[in-house]
Design a protein around this ligand. Structure first.
Ligand code: 13P
Length: 277
């Protein structure tokens, strides 16, 4: 069943669990992600990043997810991850995505507000939800999304209050110490800042950089308003490592390799779903 982000996050925010948002860019990742949701009985967000438009078009991503979602009982949301290009955002809405993330976090505050508000205006008229971001994450190891020049800038709770009121976003991504990619040292997650943001706004909060974040930190974040947790790097690393290992022992037909990779994705996604409450 395909749903938008607002529908999938509302019960999570109210009942204090988080819905996993897993980056997908191939048939294997979409199928593994949705199968993990079905086998655990948990809703899932299949996140297709604008960075993966070379892998498939928005329309193909939608066709695959719409078809797979029809075969399962759990709610599935097709979400456009990190996108600063308004044209791509509007094309995703037209293609049938249930949610888009307009990422204007690198812009001056007023410009981020204006663009996010414009996206919300169009998206909401089409029944599509919007996630936006304030603050920025540092980049860790092996990230496919972060840029080396990315600097950590924690989200300011007062700015978050003003941003949410002015834009009418459905979910807000925050920066509180997680990184895109794997941590280079010990994670230091600022749950104190998160608690302040949670008090300041009344929308579900989003934690980017889920890979490698300790379970106790994830649970502390969920108790303070995080209702969506993004995971990318660790799924990719797990699939690549297991594929490399398999190929030292067997040379399977490519069709068989594809099925194995669906299983590798599914196992990595299930591990995270199990931590999200
Ligand atoms: P990781 O690659 O660190 O899991 O982050 C994923 C993410 O935040 C996607 O937007």
């Amino acid at each position: 069943m395909l749903v938008n982000l607002k529908e999938i996050l509302a019960p999570a925010y109210e009942k204090h669990y988080a819905v996993g948002s897993f980056n997908c860019y191939s048939y294997e990742t979409f199928r593994g992600c949705i199968a993990a949701g079905e086998e655990t009985g948990k809703p899932v967000i299949a996140a297709f990043g604008a960075a993966y438009l070379k892998n498939m078009s928005l329309e193909t991503a939608h066709a695959i997810v719409a078809s797979l979602a029809r075969e399962v009982r759990v709610p599935v949301c097709l979400h456009l991850d990190h996108c600063s290009d308004m044209d791509i955002i509007y094309r995703a809405i037209q293609a049938g995505f249930g949610s888009v993330m307009y990422d204007g976090s690198m812009l001056p505050f007023a410009e981020n507000v204006a663009n996010t508000h414009a996206v919300c205006h169009v998206a909401h008229a089409c029944g599509v939800s919007v996630e936006a971001e304030l603050g920025s994450l540092a980049v860790g190891a092996d990230s496919h999304e972060g840029r080396t020049e990315d600097v950590e800038q924690y989200t300011d709770p007062a700015a978050a209050r003003e941003f949410v009121a002015a834009t009418e976003v459905d979910a807000l991504a925050v920066s509180i110490g997680t990184v895109h990619g794997l941590y280079k040292g010990t994670p230091h997650i600022r749950t104190d800042i998160l608690a302040d943001i949670h008090r300041a706004v009344d929308v579900p909060l989003v934690l980017h950089g889920g890979s490698g974040t300790p379970e106790e930190d994830l649970r502390a974040c969920i108790a303070r308003g995080i209702a969506k947790i993004n995971v990318n790097t660790e799924i990719s690393s797990a699939v690549v490592a297991q594929t490399a290992d398999l190929l030292t022992r067997e040379k399977p037909h490519y069709s068989v390799l594809s099925l194995r990779q669906v299983d590798y994705v599914k196992a990595a996604v299930k591990k995270y779903i199990g931590m999200f409450g």
